[in-house]
Design a protein around this ligand. Structure first.
Ligand code: NAP
Length: 320
């Protein structure tokens, strides 16, 4: 008999959602796993969300859907990032409460922390300073989502928890030279440069900023770990002043080192140049994941190993 009844994964087609979906399927942890696409259920539409939740009444909700993108997408579409993420959070949290969802997991992002927060960033750094300008709309929408969890937990005794993953990557990512996050963007550009026999590849920014990356499967495992955590360990998390847990790998690299690792995996022989006119974003972004690690979760994937599997998937999917 699986430990969980009906589980709803929102964003099940996405980078994290697809890994979580496979994990639930392979481990058989739930009687039923619902994974509606945005075509089946548009979370920005209140009535659709209400009808769906009333019909399926899930026991647990993994809210992984969101309007997600890199620096340029955030810069060019701030209204879409703010509106869609706010609307989704409002509808999902409210309707989870209406149908007595037991555990709701929501995704924040490490960009919600102040631009110059002390490193590594602890959960308590939230709202202690100005945000990075390039993704301010997205970050504020995500912060509002966390505040919804906190308010509902306080007023209604719900058991909702926000997770703060660091930058994610893995098979199933979105590849677009202009819109993607840094790993899929570099991987795609590097692969193209190699295929075209180019002698020089120019990447955006100075390459000097530092980032932490987490393999998407590790985050999926953290989610399932929390979904199955016994009440006596789980409930105190939702009663913290901020119901938030950082989830990172602890492995920090400069973008230059990241590009070199990708170069080795892809086999690009040319020169890598840096366009310092393009925005860099926050200088350093390392989160402190000691809280979730003290509960017994730990990341399993090293960056280079995850990148190899990701590139293999990129080739098999014929994305180039
Ligand atoms: P992703 O690959 O971009 O997938 C986004 C998902 O959201 C897709 O499944 C998409 O569904 C769904 N979605 C978008 N708009 C929707 C709508 N209006 N209604 C219903 N579903 C909608 O996202 P991800 O990278 O897995 O990220 C998962 C979560 O983690 C997000 O909340 C994100 O903010 C957060 N996060 C991501 C990163 C990262 O580096 N990727 C880092 C930190 C936090 P369809 O495909 O059906 O349209």
């Amino acid at each position: 008999m699986p430990p969980l009844k009906t589980v709803l994964i929102l964003g099940g087609s996405g980078l994290v959602g697809s890994h979580l979906r496979s994990l639930f399927e392979s481990k058989g942890c739930a009687e039923s796993v619902l994974t509606p696409s945005s075509q089946d259920l548009d979370l920005t539409k209140q009535q659709q969300v209400e009808d769906y939740f009333q019909e399926y009444r899930p026991q647990q909700v993994y809210f992984l859907a969101g309007r997600v993108g890199g620096i340029l997408a955030n810069r060019d579409h701030p209204a879409d990032f703010a509106y869609d993420n706010l609307a989704m959070a409002l509808h999902v949290v409210k309707n989870s409460h209406q149908v007595n969802v037991d555990r709701l997991f929501y995704m924040g992002s490490s960009c919600i922390y102040p631009k110059l927060a002390e490193q590594p960033m602890k959960e308590e750094a939230l709202l202690t300073g100005p945000l990075e300008e390039t993704n301010r709309s997205y970050a504020l929408a995500k912060i509002a989502g966390i505040e919804l969890l906190r308010s509902f937990n306080q007023q209604f005794g719900t058991k909702y928890l926000g997770l703060m993953p660091t930058n994610l990557f893995g098979p199933g990512d979105r590849y677009d030279p202009f819109r993607s996050h840094v790993i899929p963007a570099i991987l795609l550009k590097m692969d193209r440069a190699k295929r075209r026999g180019e002698e020089k590849l120019t990447l955006w920014g100075s390459g000097k900023v530092k980032r932490e990356f987490l393999y998407a499967q590790d985050l999926a495992e953290a989610l399932l770990f929390l979904g199955l955590l016994p009440d006596e360990k789980y409930l105190p998390l939702t009663k913290m002043p901020l119901p938030l847990l950082n989830v990172g790998s602890g492995e920090e690299v400069t973008i230059r080192d990241l590009a070199e690792t990708i170069r080795e995996i892809v086999g690009f022989k040319g020169e890598i140049a840096w366009d310092e006119n393009q925005p860099d974003g926050t200088p350093r972004k390392l989160i402190d994941s000691s809280k979730i690690e003290s509960l017994g979760w730990a990341p399993r994937w090293k960056l280079a190993e995850g990148l190899k599997v990701t590139y293999q998937d990129f080739l098999e999917e014929g994305i180039f």
